[in-house]
Each structure stands twice: as C-alpha cells, then as structure tokens.
Ligand binder design. Structure first.
Ligand SMILES: NC(=O)c1ccc[n+]([C@@H]2O[C@H](COP(=O)([O-])OP(=O)(O)OC[C@H]3O[C@@H](n4cnc5c(N)ncnc54)[C@H](OP(=O)(O)O)[C@@H]3O)[C@@H](O)[C@H]2O)c1
Length: 223
C-alpha cells in the first residue's frame, strides 16, 4: 500500500490518483480522518473504483509499505516527530519543497540542508528518498492530462532509489531518473523554485527532462 502524509492536498491526491490508476492500493492521510475519507472518496471515483482509502496520518504511516511525505514544509517536523515508530524501516518518499512564494518563489533556510535531509534526521530508522518535487499537482489530478517529463530521485541507498525510479515509471509519461545521494535534494528544491518562476512567466506547467539518458528501463550503472 502506498500512503500519503498530508494526502488531502493537491500533491498527495494527485500522486495517489495516478498510482491508483496504475493498480496500487492507496491511502490518503490527514490530521482529520474524516477529511481524508472525504478526499479519498473523490479520488476513488476518478480512479474508476480503485482501492483508495483515507485515514489519520498515524494510521497511514502504520499501514504503508511506501510512505510519501506530501506536507507543506512547516507541517513536516510536527507531523513526523510523532511517527518515528510507525515509519521505522519503511521506504519514505519526500516531495516537500521548503519554499516561500512571497516576492517570487525562493528557498527557505533549512538547517539540515533540505526538507528530505531534515526528514532523514526526524526518521532515523526510515529509508528516506526524495522525488516528485517538480511534477505539477494540477496535471496529476486531471486524469485526462497527459504527463511528460523526468522525475529525478535522490537517496543514499541505490536499491531504495531504484524502487522509487520504478514507481515513477508506472505513471504514464513520467520517467524516473537516478539523481544520486539524498543531499542532491537541495538542488531539487532549488530547481522547483526555478520551475515555478518559469511557469509563472510562461503561464504553463513546465517540468524537467534530461537528455542523453537512454535505455528501456533506465538503469544507472554507478551508485
Ligand atoms: N502542489 C504542487 O503542485 C506540488 C508539486 C510538487 C511538490 N509539491 C510539494 O508537495 C508538498 C504538498 O503540496 P500540496 O500543495 O499538496 O500542500 P498543501 O495543500 O499545502 O498541504 C497538504 C496537506 O497537508 C496538511 N497540512 C497543512 N498544513 C499542515 C501543518 N502545519 N501540519 C500538518 N499538516 C498540515 C493539510 O491536510 P490536513 O489539513 O487534512 O491535515 C493539507 O491538505 C509541499 O511540500 C509542496 O512543496 C507540491
């Protein structure tokens, strides 16, 4: 089961929809189980009756095999501090951008280096990766919208990274790309600020695409 902490927001619902359409069981989490159940019911309809449920963040963390962190940066620390036990040993995918939008998108100062690195500090027993920072939630949420682009995946364990690359590959139009250690998630968050700026200037939903990476299953030889 793929779970989403903060799953009632556009990013959690959008990724949840796409994974549900790809055949995965999905659980959306919230501070309010009722709110999560209501949002999950809407996504279940869009996903043509697939297995989509809602629940409190604690329940989602406990039941997930793979747990996405789809919280705003300010919600990450207070939420994760109470979930270390539930997330012990789990594969965690952090898509949090520590950004502020006032005066144009810019990075917030995160002492750990990035949201994902802070997440690793908060969840020392979890297998933390970082991905999906630059994928547009409104596009994910529209099942008729064709997605395109790359999903750079950061993580210190190549096997965990590979698992997330494969997850990205199940979403039609997206391609997971190995992007090296978790510290590179700083660049992913900075790149997101750049992309939001480009999208504002061009009134579009641009993403990222890396050239020169070929091969059907896009395996990276180096670690
Ligand atoms: N939106 C995008 O296009 C996009 C794209 C890529 C990455 N991201 C990243 O993905 C993350 C989620 O984005 P989003 O737009 O879905 O976020 P969001 O709507 O602002 O928040 C997601 C959910 O988090 C919960 N939440 C809000 N404030 C909280 C707090 N202080 N403490 C605990 N929970 C809180 C809320 O759920 P409940 O009230 O139900 O608990 C909310 O529905 C962000 O870090 C964002 O940078 C977003």
């Amino acid at each position: 089961m793929i779970g989403f902490l903060g799953g009632t927001g556009p990013q959690g619902r959008g990724l949840g929809l796409r994974f549900a359409l790809a055949g995965y069981s999905v659980m959306l989490g919230s501070r309010s189980a009722e709110r999560a159940e209501a949002q999950a019911a809407g996504i279940k309809i869009l996903a043509r009756g697939a297995d989509v449920r809602g629940g409190a963040n604690e329940e989602v963390a406990a039941e997930s095999e793979v747990c996405f962190i789809a919280l705003p940066y300010e919600g990450q620390r207070p939420t994760l501090e109470s979930l270390t036990g539930q997330l012990e040993g789990k594969l965690v995918v952090n898509c949090v951008n520590a950004l502020a939008l006032d005066g144009g998108p810019h990075l917030l100062n995160v002492e750990a280096g990035s949201s994902a690195e802070e997440c690793r500090q908060l969840l020392p027993g979890a297998r933390v990766t970082a991905a999906f920072h630059t994928v547009s939630a409104p596009k994910l949420l529209d099942p008729d919208s064709a997605l395109e682009g790359d999903v750079p995946v950061c993580g210190d364990d190549p096997a965990d990274r590979e698992a997330v690359v494969r997850l990205a590959n199940v979403i039609g139009g997206l391609r997971g790309v190995h992007a090296g250690p978790l510290r590179h998630s700083r660049t992913l968050e900075a790149m997101t600020a750049l992309i939001i700026s480009i999208n504002t200037l061009y009134r579009t939903s641009a993403g990222v695409r890396f050239t020169g990476i070929d091969g059907e299953d896009n395996r990276a030889d180096g670690s």
